[in-house]
Design a protein around this ligand. Structure first.
Ligand SMILES: [Zn+2]
Length: 313
């Protein structure tokens, strides 16, 4: 049975196609075996599959190229936006650096005005300048990106700004202190007009004209009733009659300063009262041991009598 089957399979039928033309021409015939038909079929099938494969592959390639192009456009747009942002940040940093320089110049002016040595400003400790700031060159190492440099600049500027704030706060406190001390310093002429009739220190006795007399202040001869001014800001320590001084006022200014006013015709303040430099505290007179209308004016520094003229501007 087996050999017969094999034989049957191997039978290769032959086919003939005849073309019979009209108008009585000779017919044409083509003969071929079934195996050839089968081969042509297989060949066409392979060709079809290959065609489908190529079409699919090329459409995939086209799709990927399109995707990549879109990504590239998006990246370019993104990069342009980032570059713009970076440029803005750099511009801002530059402006901040300029502002900082102006602030430093102002700070130095204030220091000078305060009589503060410029070189005494606190060190720039705490700032890590080793990273980027105050360094650089035409070419940076490839691993350092401009955005990082810009960020480092901004960070350092922020630190510097905070330090500057602290320094300026300190200077302002010094300025307030200085102003307070200035307000407390008896440096004005303590009456309206007048002239010195007796200086501070040793002098001849004004009553007997003979012998040594210690004068703890200055005498300013002036019209009766001329206003007497507080030499500096402070609190009235005493206001009233005080033996040889007649109508007398003593003011405590702080910072070791005190002033005293004698021989007034009237007193316009009371003990404990706050007075500002230049306020009227009374009027010139001749009360107490006095030879004529004048203001006896004393300046006491840390409990010691002092020549008032040394402070008067
Ligand atoms: Zn006097």
């Amino acid at each position: 049975m087996e050999p017969l089957k094999r034989q049957q399979r191997k039978v290769d039928n032959e086919y003939t196609i005849m073309f019979i033309p009209h108008r009585g021409k000779e017919p044409k015939s083509f003969s071929f075996r079934a195996s050839l038909l089968k081969k042509i079929g297989i060949f066409c099938g392979i060709l079809l599959l290959a065609g489908i494969g190529i079409a699919a592959k090329s459409s995939m390639v086209v799709y990927q190229a399109h995707q990549e192009q879109n990504e590239l456009i998006a990246y370019r747009n993104d990069k342009a936006a980032q570059d713009q942002k970076l440029a803005e940040l750099q511009k801002e940093n530059e402006k901040m650096q300029k502002d900082m320089a102006e602030l430093s110049a102002l700070e130095n002016e204030v220091r000078k005005a305060l009589g503060n040595n410029v070189s005494q400003q606190p060190s720039r400790g705490g700032i890590d300048r080793s990273q980027y700031m105050g360094k650089g060159g035409p070419s940076a190492p490839a691993d350092i990106k401009m955005i990082d440099v810009t960020a480092a600049q901004a960070k350092n500027l922020q630190t510097e700004m905070q330090q500057k704030k602290a320094v300026l706060g300190d200077l302002l406190a010094q300025l307030h202190e200085r102003n307070a001390k200035l307000d407390a310093t008896p440096d004005i002429w303590p009456t309206a007009g007048g002239e010195i009739t007796s200086r501070f220190g040793g002098r001849a006795n004004p009553f007997s004209g003979t012998g040594y007399d210690y004068h703890p202040g200055i005498d300013i001869g002036n019209d009766y009733g001329a206003p007497v001014y507080a030499g500096a800001t402070g609190y009235v320590e005493y206001a009233g009659w005080y033996s040889g001084y007649g109508r007398y006022v003593k003011i405590s200014h702080g910072y070791g300063y005190e002033t005293a006013y004698g021989h007034m015709s009237s007193i316009e303040v009371s003990s404990g009262q706050y007075v500002e430099k230049g306020d009227v505290i009374g009027y010139v007179g001749s009360s107490g041991y006095s030879t004529g209308p004048h203001l006896h004016y004393e300046v006491i520094i840390n409990g010691q009598d002092s020549d008032p003229l040394k402070l008067i501007r």
